[in-house]
Design a protein around this ligand. Structure first.
Ligand code: HEM
Length: 563
């Protein structure tokens, strides 16, 4: 464009100059320009390009201001266009506020500034839930607004639908775990869910119980040093390493030694950073824009942590592929009775005999690596904390476990169904401390709720599992730990959508049996060896992340049972 303008200027000037019978004296720079243009023949007698410096300055003098005007106009158009897009987006997003009153919000920051990240955020959500029945809108910046729901009938309507995942939070997770089962939608999700479901078959889960027992024992052995110290210790990190070890052994047949190698595991640290950075991205609304986030220091840290996480999963896949090549294992895998999850991924074929691409395999491994360890770590850590705070229930669980295990130090598949009281305690902990405190969808069709209120298509909805599990309309004394709520006769009195730690409907947790088994194994073996004691000076400060965490960690004291 610039060249063309210059050329036109030069040409018109040359025409004027030649009409006046003058021959311009060109500069070499202008000559270059004209040579490229080819439109103007060079005249020997006028010098290489037929133009002098003053001509060139004249070109600049007269051409640049116009170019600036053009650019300014272009910028203005972009700004007007973008403003309109944002305005429309804001109008669509905030349409939900018409039918749903909610807490006051700042015009620019929405409700973000009301969250202090000091362990009181869930209290605030529960306070608002008490003020606004069923649902309230919650804005993250000027353009993103979710309807936050926590009434069982609202939750039921949404989870029974096939509405896709929302395009904010899950989009922020995607660079890390790819378009795997957790994030994908539509046909791709459907096909992959069907291909991967055999990985959670009863026969396969059965073979994992001994491995889970072994990894739990490694952790409990390490705890020996805290057992007589009469000091509390932080257990979330220990449990995270243990669940990582366990998912790697069970799902990927990978012995990592991550529990015993000492120091912090890079992958665990990266997962911790990623969860924090995704949360930060959610809260700082300019970061919702991909380009701004990419160029920011937070985006840089996010990419670095992603690289560490991907390196970890790539290594797991690489080792297995090598083994497959060397041992011609694929045939063996097909004929083998018990497969691990990675076998299923590598050998899965749909009806057209198409397998998963390398990209898909990596996404699923990343998804299962994260989902399979961080959620269960949160679950187990809070369960042990709850039992430490409720010695009377802890005692009953221990009696039950000891009756079942007798002298055994390991848990077996057959034992899992013999500890009903412990199972009720686990469920009660999942109610009070749901490892996944919220999930989100973007609705494609208008939704009408049981109370007549409607939600327009295009709205974003977040299901507060935390809020639902503490809804006083459903749960009597919702903050009180009472495992008897999960007696079969009490469960049958409630809607199944009152308790959804693993979500519900077609997008429920594919790993829930795996997770329940692991929680039972770890709780049983821990109670068999140690008394868990609360440290009243170190109460957890709950913070909403991708999984429920505590700002100050989770601290308990332990004492050997034999004493
Ligand atoms: C206590 C432990 C766990 C809890 C509380 C939990 C909870 C959940 C929840 C609430 C969802 C729905 C997410 C959404 O709709 O966005 C989900 C999905 C999922 N979970 Fe879990 N999970 C746990 C353990 C596991 C484990 C151990 C695995 C794998 C081994 C796993 C793999 C997945 C996958 C792949 C999905 C996506 C399923 C789909 O959309 O088809 N989870 N989980």
């Amino acid at each position: 464009m610039r060249l063309w303008l210059w050329r036109e200027r030069v040409l018109s000037r040359r025409r004027v100059v030649s009409a006046a019978g003058c021959r311009p004296n060109p500069s070499p720079f202008a000559a270059g320009l004209l040579l490229h243009s080819r439109a103007v023949p060079l005249h020997r007698d006028t010098g290489p390009a037929g133009m002098d410096l003053s001509d060139l300055f004249a070109v600049f003098d007269s051409g640049w201001p116009r170019l600036h005007h053009l650019l300014a106009l272009l910028c203005l158009c972009v700004v007007v266009y973008k403003s309109r897009v944002f305005w429309l987006q804001r109008r669509t997003e905030f349409r939900i506020t018409e039918h749903f009153p909610g807490p006051p919000r700042h015009w620019l920051c929405g409700n973000i500034l009301q969250f202090k990240h000091d362990g009181t955020d869930f209290d605030l959500i529960l306070k608002w839930a008490g003020q606004y029945p069923c649902a309230f809108p919650m804005a993250f910046g000027p353009f993103v607004c979710f309807l936050h729901i926590y009434h069982p009938e609202y939750v039921k309507l949404l989870l029974s639908s096939t509405e896709p995942k929302d395009d904010v939070i899950y989009r922020f997770i995607e660079p890390w775990i790819g378009n795997g089962l957790l994030v994908s939608n539509g046909q791709k999700w459907f096909r992959n869910r069907r291909l991967l479901t055999p990985g959670f078959h009863y026969d396969i889960l059965k073979s994992y119980v001994t491995l889970m027992s072994d990894t739990a024992t490694t952790m409990l052995d390490k705890w020996g040093r805290y057992a007589n110290a009469n000091e509390s210790f932080e257990l979330f990190d220990h449990v995270s390493l243990m669940t990582l070890d366990s998912i790697m052994k069970c799902a990927f047949s990978y012995n990592s030694d991550c529990q015993t190698e000492g120091g912090k595991n890079d992958y665990i640290k990266a997962v911790y950073d990623l969860a924090n950075l995704i949360n930060l991205r959610m809260r700082i609304f300019p970061y919702h824009n991909d380009l701004i986030f990419h160029l920011s220091p937070t985006g840089f840290r996010f990419r670095k942590a992603c690289r560490i996480a991907h390196r970890h999963t790539a290594e797991v896949i690489r080792k297995r592929k090598e083994a497959l090549k060397e041992e011609k294992e694929l045939e063996r895998v097909r004929s083998k009775r018990i497969l691990d999850f990675l076998d299923i991924l590598l050998s899965a074929r749909d009806e057209n005999q198409n397998g998963l691409s390398d990209e898909e395999i990596r996404a699923e491994v990343d998804t299962f690596m994260f989902e399979g360890h961080d959620t269960t770590a949160s679950g187990i850590a809070f369960i042990l904390y709850c039992l430490a705070c409720h010695p009377e229930h802890q005692r009953l669980c221990r009696e039950e476990v000891t009756d079942v295990l007798c002298d055994k130090d390991t848990m077996e598949w057959e034992d899992l169904n013999k500890i009903p009281y412990t199972t009720m305690c686990i469920k009660e902990c999942l109610r009070l401390y749901p490892p996944v405190p919220g999930i989100a969808r973007k609705i494609t069709k208008r939704l009408k709720f049981f109370d007549g209120r409607t939600l327009p298509a295009g709205s974003k909805v977040s299901i507060s599992i935390f809020g639902l599990h503490r809804d006083p309309a459903v749960w009597e004394n919702p903050h009180v730990f009472d495992p008897l709520r999960f007696l079969p006769e009490n469960i049958s009195k409630r809607s199944p959508h009152t308790f959804v730690p693993f979500s519900a409907g077609s997008r429920n947790c594919i790993g829930q049996n795996f997770a329940m088994n692991e929680m039972k194994v770890v709780v049983a073996l821990t109670l068999k060896r140690y008394h868990l004691i609360e440290d009243p000076t170190q109460k957890p400060k709950l913070i909403p992340r991708l999984v429920l965490r505590s700002l100050n960690g989770i601290h308990i004291k332990i004492k050997p049972v034999a004493e």
